[in-house]
Design a protein around this ligand. Structure first.
Ligand SMILES: Cc1ncc(COP(=O)(O)O)c(C=O)c1O
Length: 427
């Protein structure tokens, strides 16, 4: 029961007046703060700036095998990049394609290939099979949902708990309906809940027996190396799928957008050899190859997986403080009084806050009016529809520590105001 439920009407009215005047003062100060998107802050970007010095007009611009990286060619990436990223994502070199700068772009392409050409030589294009549906564990990544909406794919939300998606619900949907062609997953430090899929959940996904023979899990491992404290292991879905006789059921994605430079990093697609061969057979009409100089830069800067892990520890030092700020302020101002719930994530980029049902939109609206950009309520659900109107996504990385504190205190102020108003309604 929250702290306001027991209070008298007079007490509540008194507190509300005080908090509203605090809010008005803040609003009139004309702030402009941003906790809306998971972007790295300047200090994080500075960590990788040495990468720019790894290539110059005086250094060799050849790959290890002598290939001149200034020229056209090599559709799936230079060998040393394939070596590094296959180790990072726990797959064989033959199971990876090094792409351009955006994993979201690679997901979009994979989806388009499935719609236009089908997922294999002998599969009918999804686009010729009537309605196509995707399972969407929610709350989830808004851009996955927008992508589905843009392509006319019907989204079926399923719940998430601290171990990942509700697999009983997923199994029922996927195994009974042939028009369900895929499922989104952000398996490690999920956007926005921060949840890491348990071994049991990974194995249950691998063991699915989809009604659609051309079903694919879109495994967006965007936060594979983004641990804040100690390393959290995630079972390899591709390995588990192989064991379950489902090797072709998964497309895995990842990128260095939040390792090196957001927007100028390197993205990968990893999958079974059959899926990679199929993807390449269509990619060859789309591009003659990705930016190999950027691949060279990344490999020369990080050198190996240990180099990446050491680098990510530096990121953790910068953003760990921000996650602590958020957790401390929430605990003090809305946690102890049971006005909101969240799980402190062990990595990734987000904190997913649940406020009382029916109040997220109102809280977010007040934040916006006070000059704080925050992810619109609802967008972490398919069609922007949070059925409980309860989830608020906090992205703490981009903003400076002082501004973040201020934004969080204001968020708590808004939650308190809305909670008192709500308690008053029941009096
Ligand atoms: C889960 C998830 N996937 C993908 C992306 C975007 O990745 P990229 O920059 O590689 O396109 C993000 C960015 O926030 C994300 O949170």
């Amino acid at each position: 029961m929250n702290a306001y439920a027991q209070k008298s009407k007079d007490e509540l009215n008194g507190q509300l007046t005080a908090l509203l005047s605090e809010y008005e003062v803040f609003k009139n100060e004309g702030h402009s703060l941003d906790i809306s998107r998971g972007k790295p802050c300047k200090e994080q970007l500075d960590l990788s700036v040495g990468m720019m010095d790894t290539l110059s007009s005086k250094s060799s611009l050849n790959a290890q095998n002598g290939f001149d990286c200034r020229n056209y060619g090599i559709i799936d990436g230079i060998e040393e990049a394939k070596e590094l990223f296959s180790q990072l994502f726990d797959v064989a070199k033959s199971e990876i394609v090094i792409g351009g700068n955006s994993s979201l772009g690679m997901m979009y392409d994979a989806m388009i290939r499935a719609i236009l050409f089908g997922v294999s030589e002998d599969a009918k294009p999804w686009g010729e099979q009537g309605e196509v549906k995707f399972v969407c564990p929610s709350p989830g990544y808004d851009r996955h949902f927008h992508l589905c909406e843009e392509l006319g794919i019907k989204m079926i939300p399923v719940g998430m708990d601290e171990n990942g998606p509700d697999m009983d619900a997923v199994r029922k949907i996927v195994e009974s309906d042939e028009s369900v062609k895929g499922m989104w997953c952000v398996p490690k430090f999920s956007n926005p809940t921060g949840v890491v899929y348990s071994d049991e959940v990974v194995r249950a996904i691998a063991a699915l027996k989809p009604a659609a023979k051309d079903f694919r899990v879109f495994w967006d491992n965007a936060y594979a190396v983004h641990d804040l404290y100690e390393r959290v292991e995630l079972l390899s879905l591709l390995d588990e799928c192989k064991k379950a006789g489902n090797a072709d059921m998964v497309y895995m994605f990842g990128s260095t957008s939040k390792v090196s430079f957001a927007g100028s990093g390197i993205a990968i697609l990893a999958a079974s050899e059959a899926n990679i061969a199929h993807a390449k057979s269509h990619m060859k009409f789309q591009t003659i190859g990705s930016d190999k100089l950027n691949q060279l830069r990344h490999v020369r800067f990080f050198k190996n997986t240990d180099g990446v892990y050491a680098h990510m520890k530096k990121h953790a030092q910068v953003i760990g403080t921000k996650f602590d700020i958020v957790d401390d302020i929430l605990t003090e101002r809305v946690g102890k009084s049971e006005l909101a719930e969240w799980i402190k994530p062990k990595g990734g980029y987000f904190i997913s806050l649940d406020v009382k049902y029916g109040s997220a939109k109102k809280v977010v609206g007040m934040m916006k009016d006070a000059g704080i950009m925050i992810t619109p309520a609802g967008v972490t659900f398919p069609y922007g529809d949070d059925p409980r109107d309860s989830n608020i996504r906090i992205a703490p990385t981009f903003t400076g520590n002082d501004a973040l504190s201020l934004a969080m205190k204001t968020l708590c102020l808004c939650i308190n105001i809305v909670s008192i108003e709500d308690a008053l309604k029941g009096k």
